[in-house]
Design a protein around this ligand. Structure first.
Ligand code: GLN
Length: 459
């Protein structure tokens, strides 16, 4: 089968179902077919191509794509067409991956349900009245609805893993600094990390290998070889590994069926020959409040670039107003409520007089969390927990309750604060609602291969 046929089949699938799913904000039919044709031509010339050449992919709309609109799910970037490719976009193209289009997301990646998108919410293909997770709900839904076999997400507090968990797909947050952030529109720069989404662990590993690696254009990019993730995904053997169950992630607030499927997955790991122990990480209970100070603080600074002069939307520029007034009117009209909430929170936390009490304390908690991880990884190879406390909740249920929404990332946030690697892999359906449950696996920084070894064995 040719790359063009594969691309066309997926474009047809998108035409058939995406009106209902709304996973895509933009479908690049011409670009996709041109990329596929080029793969077919190169193959016909006898060129040796990589394993992902001709494979279609759905790209989260937070990565810049030269000549293709990039909105970050925001009205403020409506109509903006980037003049350059993100490094991730570039590497995908170099690998011959066929980018089908850009996927829906919570505005500037702030959310856990994709309901904060300015372009309508995405449905969870398992039950369209439920959320597909967020912020990368479009990427996860595209996989679960068979609109694309591969996708890219970004994970600042859980936005790859939580959508993966609630859609029954695989999502990986690689070690911070291992996938370039160049051309990834910044939300919280010290936490943001792009990563692979797929339906199988091996597919995720192949994609991981294609996008990871040093990039001189990103000052926080790690200059070290990419861990052997593909080899690890193929091992399917956990004998001799020590696996720690995080004691703090369970109990009140966790859905029964989620806990049940998680415990069964742990039992499977034990049967496969891993040694399972309980591990305590006491400061993880402080991760959520620390994250909701650090992430908004960085966001308030990063989003200052949307000043109505540089990109997209401009409101009130009719000659009679000052630049400041135009900026204020544009930001008022262009940002949604969650983005405004975060900018206000972050600006407050960073202001003089409050800085030490809020931002400073949050940074101290961040250090404590890293120390808990260090202590745990001195004893075990990986940690495991449920990815998220509940299965996909109904659209609208938490939309007006930011605190309830924030709880979706309770188990995923510590890894962002510490910068290590984590994966969500499906571990069955919760018996009470028949919806997917995710097993989270966490590995030390630059030991991403361990995620694939464990994930590959249990999937
Ligand atoms: N849900 C979290 C938030 O709203 C995480 C978002 C993300 O990982 N991009 O900030």
């Amino acid at each position: 089968v040719s790359a063009v046929e594969v691309a066309q089949a997926h474009l047809d699938r998108i035409s058939a179902v995406d009106e209902k799913v709304n996973a895509f904000l933009h479908v690049d039919t011409e670009g996709a077919l041109a990329a596929a044709r080029s793969v077919d031509d190169r193959r016909a010339r006898g060129e040796e191509l990589g394993p992902l050449a001709g494979v279609p992919l759905a790209l989260k709309d937070v990565f810049t794509t030269k000549g293709v609109p990039t909105t970050c799910g925001s009205k403020i970037l409506e109509g903006w067409v980037p003049p350059y490719d993100a490094t991730v976009t570039r590497r995908l193209k170099d690998a011959g991956v066929v980018i089908l289009g850009k996927t829906n997301m919570d505005e500037f990646a702030m959310g856990s349900s994709t309901e904060n998108s300015a372009y309508g919410t995405t449905g969870n293909p398992w039950d369209l009245s439920r959320i597909p997770g967020g912020s990368g709900g479009g990427s996860a839904a595209a996989l679960a609805a068979f609109e694309a076999p591969l996708a890219i997400g970004t994970d600042t507090g859980g936005s790859i893993r939580q959508p993966g968990a609630v859609t029954g797909t695989v999502g990986v947050k690689p070690t911070y600094g291992s996938v370039s952030r160049f051309g990834l529109v910044a939300f919280s720069s010290s936490l943001d990390q792009g990563g692979p989404c797929a339906r199988t662990v091996l597919d995720a590993a192949l994609l991981h290998e294609a996008i990871a690696g040093h990039d001189p254009l990103d000052s926080t990019s790690i200059d070290a070889p990419v861990p052997p993730v593909v080899e690890a995904a193929r091992m399917r053997d956990v004998r001799g590994m020590r696996i720690g169950v995080v004691k703090e992630f369970g109990g009140e607030g966790y859905q029964d069926g989620v806990v049940q499927r998680f415990q069964e997955a742990v039992e499977v790991l034990r049967e496969l020959g891993a040694e399972v122990v309980e591990v305590s990480c006491p400061s993880f209970t402080l991760a959520l409040p620390a994250y909701y100070l650090i992430a908004p603080s960085e966001a308030s600074s990063n989003l200052a670039r949307f000043d109505a002069m540089r990109y997209g939307l401009r409101v009130g520029d009719d000659g009679g107003r000052s630049a400041e007034e135009v900026t204020a009117l544009t930001r008022e009209a262009g940002f949604g409520p969650e983005v405004k909430r975060r900018i206000m929170l972050g600006t407050y936390a960073l202001s003089s007089g409050y800085y030490d009490a809020y931002y400073g304390s949050a940074q101290k908690v961040r250090t404590l969390i890293s120390r808990d991880f260090d202590a745990a990884f001195a004893d075990v190879d990986v940690l495991v927990s449920p990815t998220t406390p509940t299965t996909a909740f109904p659209i609208g249920e938490r939309a007006d309750d930011p605190m309830a929404m924030y709880l979706a990332d309770l188990c995923t946030i510590p890894s962002n604060l510490a910068g290590n690697a984590a994966m969500s892999v499906p571990c069955g359906l919760a018996p009470e609602d028949n919806l997917p449950v995710g097993l989270q696996i966490i590995a030390p920084a630059m030991a991403d291969d361990r995620l694939y070894r464990v994930g590959g064995a249990v999937e």
